[in-house]
Design a protein around this ligand. Structure first.
Ligand code: NAP
Length: 453
């Protein structure tokens, strides 16, 4: 008999809580995954004995460092930076960098843990990691952002590499920040390698990387609707966020015939009952990426729309919802409202936007619900394709990449179907369970092959 024979789910979670005090987001993410994995492992003692889940829930390493930079007034500012390298069993660590004042070690550990399963689901050889800083790029000049990114990379560069750990963008880190960080990496190492993804097209970036997360979440949504014999044509969509993921989800939903009626930011949401056209979405992209403005400005531009300060958009009646802003932005009460208003499908563009209570509401209502680790994997999938192109020193055409992205999202949907069946509920797919088990199995089997390392 081994110690593993005695571990049950409550004891496992209690252990995770004890070992990670003050890290609620990380505990929440592990809890959600562990429920499904314990069920899956019930008749597979090998995984238990090898303590696989315990090992995946303990990052390979967490690197924490000081980032000093000088603002435009000459003041010295001190921020904290992190890189969480969670698991590299199936490939180099891979995951975004987030710059936002809310960033903590707990949030980055949860994201790196989730990323491990998501990357496995893509079918590409990528391990899981995540990084970031509590730096707030909002309101900073370009020069301040550049100085911060250079200082951040001056420490990070020694921990990453094209075959070691390949970061990308996330909240607060877009093309501008990736450019500054890649420039500093190149300067420090005198190497031009695919060490970051999300790069500009002029220096090794991949076509459709920018669009991939939002487009992929919409393809996944369309795949779910297809299981009910439906599509997006004429469906009213509520979307949160107005950044990279939200605007590209809005674009693809519109292309596929849906009607997007909301976007938001941390100050509130805009409701445009007439629906957002490509022209309106392009205006929002310009607002956020170039003018770095606020979504409330939308109402001055487009008649008939309204701004709702301090509110999330989940009370607006819709057929489908795509949370694309941040974690825990859709709570149990919001989920109940969506279900009561007839929402039939939720596809998460953001990471863990729905809290545990909300997830249970969606599952109990048996609506189509795709967790971020499945629905938003399109971004990291195209990042994986960017890595392949960089290694081979080639650039694929847009049509090839679009087909590859769509194929990967189809495969993820199939894997979720394969493992997401629920006893006593014929035809219902628990996408959370399907994604957790399919992602876990691939990583776990690689870990078993390595022995105790
Ligand atoms: P982004 O371009 O920086 O946009 C983030 C959006 O979310 C902004 O509209 C922002 O509004 C809003 N937001 C941030 N924090 C918020 C909060 N606490 N409450 C309400 N709104 C908030 O970031 P993104 O790349 O679109 O990422 C959005 C989500 O998708 C994140 O969960 C990220 O981890 C996930 N994701 C991104 C990718 C990718 O390829 N970029 C891939 C997979 C998953 P403000 O401007 O007011 O902050």
């Amino acid at each position: 008999m081994t110690t593993a024979d005695h571990v049950d789910l409550p004891r496992f979670i209690a252990g995770v809580e004890r070992r990670n005090p003050g890290q609620p987001e990380f505990v929440q993410a592990v809890h959600e995954v562990a429920q499904d994995i314990f069920e899956f492992m019930a008749d597979k003692p090998l995984y238990h004995e090898a303590q696989i889940l315990r090992r995946i829930a303990e990052p390979d390493r967490v690197i924490s460092f000081r980032v000093c930079w000088q603002d435009d007034q000459g003041n010295i500012r001190v921020q904290r930076g992190w890189r969480v390298q969670n698991n590299n069993s199936i490939g180099p660590y891979k995951g975004g960098i987030r710059f936002h004042p809310s960033v903590t070690e707990s949030i980055l550990k949860f994201l790196a843990f989730e990323q491990t399963f998501k990357n496995a689901l893509t079918g590409l050889p990528m391990g899981g990691g995540k990084g970031g800083s509590n730096f707030n790029p909002k309101g900073k000049s370009n020069n301040e952002v550049m100085r911060f990114c250079q200082s951040f990379m001056t420490e990070l560069y020694r921990h990453i590499g094209a075959d070691i750990d390949v970061p990308a963008g996330d909240i607060g880190v877009g093309g501008r920040e990736i450019g500054y960080m890649f420039g500093q990496y190149k300067r420090l190492t005198n190497e031009f390698t695919g060490v970051l993804t999300g790069k500009g097209l002029e220096y090794g970036g991949s076509l459709i990387r920018t669009e991939a997360t939002g487009y992929g979440a919409t393809y996944f949504l369309a795949n779910m609707l297809k299981t009910k014999g439906q599509d997006l044509v004429g469906k009213v969509a509520v979307i949160s966020g107005s950044g990279n993921v939200a605007t590209h989800a809005a674009e693809k939903v519109t292309m596929l015939g849906g009607k997007v009626v909301t976007l938001s930011d941390s100050a509130g949401f805009v409701h445009d009952p007439a629906g957002m056209t490509q022209e309106k979405i392009d205006w929002v992209k310009q607002l956020k990426n170039v003018r770095r403005g606020r979504i409330s400005e939308y109402v001055d531009q487009f008649a008939g729309s309204t701004f709702h300060a301090g509110k999330t958009p989940w009370g607006v009646t819709c057929d489908v919802a795509l949370p694309c802003a941040t974690q825990n932005e859709l709570l149990g009460e919001d989920a109940r409202t969506l279900v009561a208003n007839g929402c039939m499908a939720v596809s998460e563009g953001a990471n863990m936007p729905t809290d545990l209570e909300g997830v249970h509401v969606f599952k109990e209502a048996r609506i189509l619900y795709a967790p971020g680790k499945a629905a938003n994997a399109g971004g990291v999938a195209v990042s994986g394709l960017e890595m392949s192109q960089n290694s081979a020193r080639i650039s694929w055409k847009e049509a090839e990449l679009q087909a590859l992205l769509q194929g990967i999202m189809d495969d993820i949907h199939r894997r979720c179907e394969e493992y997401g069946g629920v006893a006593g509920a014929p035809g219902y797919i628990d996408y959370v369970k399907g994604a957790n088990i399919a992602g876990f199995k691939k990583v776990a089997d690689a870990m078993l092959a390595y022995g105790v390392v």
